[in-house]
Design a protein around this ligand. Structure first.
Ligand code: KIV
Ligand code: NA
Length: 270
């Protein structure tokens, strides 16, 4: 297999092949996901909740992200993995200035990331442009942005009203124009996510709780393995249920996404 790269992802998109992404936080899970055919591994700041036991992602430090990113990168390297490695810029490490964002991004890139992800729209577009111009690939993240959960008032669907949808669309276009090559859409109505996907040809939409009309899908590893300790979000499917192994569950996820069977808009979307 060839390493997954931005040109390869663009080829997949053009060919109508869905892009698969899973989170991973350590060497072994990352290597198994890679072997299962997952194209993109996200070292998400969700690790604050699933690895560190924090109440939200707000308390995750840049050093912690770098530690887990380096572990994942080594895991992929050891097995000659081909996955595209995305790492989250955590809370408080990119909002102060574009320079702060670049410094933080460099820490994650030097830990082995291929791309960094940051949350939010509007003010983020100049930051994205600043990073992209300096050779740091960026994935944006709109809709439910967990780092601002306290400002949003909870984990709920975003972009439901016409006004909110208009704002989200404007921000998505600004992020594409700024050079974001990928865009996570979290908990947004399936119809809106599908429209944005049709509009944003240079920015691959990756949905989570955003229906099946996006260019790709992402799930939190522990959720799709049925290891969620709290309330299982509606958009998750437990792929471990009918699999005999973690590798089998990941293969089932890849197959279900590629064949358009997951997510099912009647079960996992809004
Ligand atoms: O941190 C994370 O796991 C994420 C995904 C849910 C997109 O940002
Ligand atoms: Na995240």
């Amino acid at each position: 297999r060839r390493p997954v790269s931005l040109p390869r992802l663009a080829q997949m998109r053009a060919a109508g092949e869905k892009i698969t992404m899973l989170t991973a936080y350590d060497a072994t899970f990352a290597a198994v996901a890679d072997a299962a055919g997952v194209e993109c591994i996200l070292v998400g700041d969700s690790l604050g909740m699933v690895c560190q036991g924090l109440p939200s992602t707000v308390g995750v430090a840049l050093d912690t992200m770098a530690y887990h990113t380096a572990s994942v990168a080594r895991g992929l390297h050891r097995v000659q993995g081909t996955a595209w490695l995305v790492a989250d810029l955590p809370y408080g490490t990119y909002a102060e200035s574009r320079e702060q964002a670049l410094r933080s991004a460099c820490v994650l890139m030097q830990a082995g990331a291929h791309m960094v992800k940051l949350e939010g729209g509007g003010w983020t577009a100049p930051t994205v442009e600043f990073l992209v111009r300096r050779g740091v690939p960026v994935c944006a993240h709109l809709g439910l942005t967990p780092q601002t959960v306290h400002a949003l008032g909870g984990y709920r669907v975003q972009g439901k009203s016409d006004d909110d949808a208009r704002t989200l669309r404007k921000e998505a276009h600004e992020l594409q124009d700024a050079g974001a090559a990928m865009l996570v859409l979290e908990m947004v109505p399936a119809a809106l996510a599908a429209e944005l996907t049709a509009e944003l040809l240079h920015c691959h939409t990756i949905g989570i709780g955003a229906g099946n009309g996006t260019a790709g899908q992402v799930l939190v590893l522990h959720d799709m393995l049925g290891m969620n300790l709290g309330k299982m979000p509606k958009f998750v499917h437990n792929f471990m249920q009918d699999a005999g192994s973690v590798r089998g569950a990941m293969e089932a996820y890849v197959q279900a996404v590629k064949q358009g069977q997951f997510p099912d808009n009647t079960l996992h979307a809004w």
